[in-house]
Ligand binder design. Structure first.
Ligand code: UD1
Ligand code: CA
Length: 500
């Protein structure tokens, strides 16, 4: 999105020092997540997108954790942190940012750290309201059917803003006002610092209210209000509002994906993190969750109940239902699932098939390789065109270290094979079903690593006869629980079983 032409520099202050008592959580409010990002990420990102430089985040409660989370989510961004040691109110919080903005001349936009639904458009509306009227302050208001808890905007007889009265300080008459303060402001820097020094804490909460600057501005260089959407400016104050914000933001991301040609069968049963990309003509079945840095190509189908985290999915991939994947790469045309598990470092080249109850960790599957049933492949490399049979296990861990398994191209690993790593199976080699292999297999060889079969012909019939009343005394030779030595008289009569 293009940044607007601005006549003057823009900085931002994001208030994120509060504890968020109403969340009833050990975690600071602004670190609760919606769509994979902490709440405070969103207003900070919006300000950055508008070209604000710097963005000063005021931190206090668990300052280090908030700072760490935002720095990690937005590395390289011009973010600075200011610490508000005691949370004495929103004006006090803005004052705490002053040191980080020394010498800054221009507009300062002030946002709350708990407004994840704010759009760049709304922010721009408030900024432009001020520059258009050339007043000291602009701020956003919204209409709420139930305004309780919010600061109410009291208007002057001429219709202009007169003051904001906080809910706890409002008279019954003021409480009936439904136009409320959204908590989003834009002020001229010089005006802001001058005004803030005049704010006191003579109110019901004994706090320094930022909202007091409205009355001060109305008295001096002028204040203008800008009406904004109550959905966008809604703050998150408790767990229910957190869930509503997550739903609304998810819906917004889903709409953007649908506009770009993605089929989402049920957007109400779809979860997606901020930043996830999906190509056109991909079909997303219900109850899919796409998390983190997941990128899905075009022409794919993501099956019901699948959870893909930090997974790169190329074009024309089918992910069948209930696949769980993290930090994996799925090559074009591959088929995965149902019930597959791709763990970090699973890399599927083109046209790979991974079937039900197959788990891959740090394993590369070459082009067209298959592992379709009940298999664990860890620290393995599987060559192109190789078939890994049902029940194959790479024994990659000896209790202390992990060891690699290397399987060449076009090899055939029979079902129920145990490959004790480190081990290498050459190109085109065959491993007989049921083998336990501890040694390398050269290219083109057949390896058998299993006990030779024992067959006792007629054993069943002999047992039946041994069980008839006339033969009661004689035990069944060779049978489980059979007491007598092999080659007893009754056994010989029956032409009976013998160990070979
Ligand atoms: C504030 C406004 C109210 C407005 C509402 C909109 C004031 C006095 N009131 O009330 O008019 O309708 O927002 O959502 O400004 N914070 C700090 N340090 C502090 C106090 C707060 O950093 O000392 C931060 C909080 O972490 C939060 C933001 O400021 O991110 C807003 O504080 P909050 O306590 O939620 O204010 P409200 O009571 O909602
Ligand atoms: Ca709030």
């Amino acid at each position: 999105m293009p940044t607007p032409r601005r006549r003057e520099p823009l900085a931002a202050i994001v208030l994120a020092a509060g504890k968020g008592t109403r969340m009833r959580s050990r975690r600071p409010k602004v670190l609760h997540e919606v769509c994979g990002r902490p709440l405070a990420y969103y207003p900070v990102k919006r300000a950055l997108d508008l070209g604000a430089d710097p963005v000063v985040v005021v931190v206090g409660h668990q300052a280090e954790a908030v700072e760490a989370a935002l720095s990690a989510a937005l590395p390289e961004a011009p973010i600075r942190f200011a610490v508000q040691e005691k949370q004495l109110g929103t004006a006090h919080a803005v004052m705490a940012a002053k040191g980080q903005l020394r010498g800054f001349k221009g507009s300062i936009v002030i946002l709350s750290g708990d407004t994840p639904l704010l759009t760049e458009e709304t922010l721009r509306t408030v900024i432009e309201a001020r520059s258009r009227k050339d007043v000291g302050l602009s701020f956003a208001t919204m209409h709420l059917d139930n305004p309780s808890g919010y600061g109410r905007l009291v208007r002057a007889p001429d219709g202009g803003p007169a003051l904001i009265v906080e809910d706890k300080d409002a008279t019954p008459e003021e409480k009936r006002i439904t136009e409320v303060n959204a908590g989003l402001y834009c002020a001229d820097a010089a005006f802001l610092w001058k005004t803030l020094s005049r704010v006191d804490s003579k109110n019901a909460q004994k706090e320094f209210y930022l909202t007091d600057i409205v009355a001060i501005a109305a008295d001096g260089p002028g204040a203008v209000s800008a009406h904004v959407s109550s959905v966008e400016a809604a703050g998150v104050n408790d767990q229910e509002e957190l869930s509503l914000a997550a739903r609304a933001l998810t819906r917004r991301f889903a709409e953007t994906l649908m506009e770009s040609g993605v089929t989402i069968e049920d957007p109400e049963r779809f979860d997606v993190d901020e930043g996830v990309a999906v190509g056109p003509d991909t079909i997303i079945e219900p109850s899919v969750r796409l998390r983190g840095r997941t990128v899905v190509g075009s022409g794919c189908r993501i099956g019901q109940g699948s959870i893909l985290t930090d997974t790169a999915v190329a074009d024309n991939v089918t992910v069948n239902p209930y696949t769980v994947s993290a930090e994996a790469t799925i090559g074009a045309g591959s088929i995965v699932g149902p019930f597959s598990r791709l763990r970090p470092g699973a890399t599927l080249e083109e046209g790979v098939h991974i079937g039900n109850f197959v788990e891959l960790k740090k394993t590369r599957m070459g082009k067209g390789a298959k592992a379709n049933h009940l298999t664990y492949l860890g620290d393995a490399t599987v060559g192109a065109g190789t078939n890994v049979g049902c029940g194959t296990v790479t024994c990659n861990y000896d209790g202390e270290k992990k060891h690699p398994t290397v399987i060449g191209e076009r090899a055939f690993i029979g079902s129920d094979s145990i490959l004790v790593a480190p081990i290498t199976i050459g190109d085109g080699a065959y491993v007989a079903a049921g083998s336990t292999l501890t040694e390398d297999v050269p290219a083109g060889a057949l390896a058998l690593g299993r006990a030779r079969q024992t067959t006792k012909e007629g054993w069943v019939e002999a047992r039946k006869q041994a069980a008839t009343p006339s033969a009661k005394q004689a035990a069944v030779p060779g049978a489980p629980g059979g007491g007598q030595a092999n080659g007893s008289a009754s056994a010989r009569r029956a032409g009976g079983p013998r160990y070979k």
